[in-house]
Design a protein around this ligand. Structure first.
Ligand code: CTP
Length: 125
């Protein structure tokens, strides 16, 4: 579940172009999207579900709370505050959390190497 899913969507959308009015600011009302990962985990039986998380602060603390809340088998914790890993670059450095409370830190490496190590961890389960 590596997708960066939008947490909210616009409540009212227009079929037509929205003409600008006199106002200098406008407000869009947003409604929460379903949490696909959490829903999947609620309904899973034999499947191994791997979630990802993006955090800009308190990485492991937030990731631990998130794996509990979502109920997935693994959660891959990404630190998005760093410029040298993740978004827009070829390398990453992540921690793999498992449902039993274990944490495995993967050293900084190419995304291909990180992907392989995540896969190996998942199949060794
Ligand atoms: N996710 C999902 N459905 C959503 C939101 C997130 O399935 N509506 C999944 C993502 O694909 C990812 C995991 O949940 O595997 C964690 O996503 P993340 O953006 O880190 O966390 P959120 O659940 O959105 O929580 P918050 O934004 O409050 O940190």
């Amino acid at each position: 579940m590596a997708a960066a899913v939008a947490d909210y969507r616009v409540k009212n959308y227009s079929q037509q172009k929205m003409k600008k009015g006199e106002e200098d600011t406008i407000t869009l009302e947003l409604v929460k999207n379903p949490d696909i990962l959490a829903e999947l985990c609620k309904n899973k039986s034999h499947q191994v579900v791997v979630g990802f998380c993006a955090e800009s602060e308190n990485l492991l603390e937030n990731a631990k709370a998130k794996i509990e809340k979502k109920g997935c088998d693994f959660l891959i914790a990404n630190d998005i505050s760093r410029k040298d890993i993740g978004f827009g670059v070829d390398e990453n450095e992540v921690s793999i959390l498992d449902k039993n409370g274990g944490i495995t830190k993967l050293e900084k490496a190419s995304k291909g190497v990180i992907a392989r190590k995540i896969w190996e961890r998942v199949v060794e389960k």
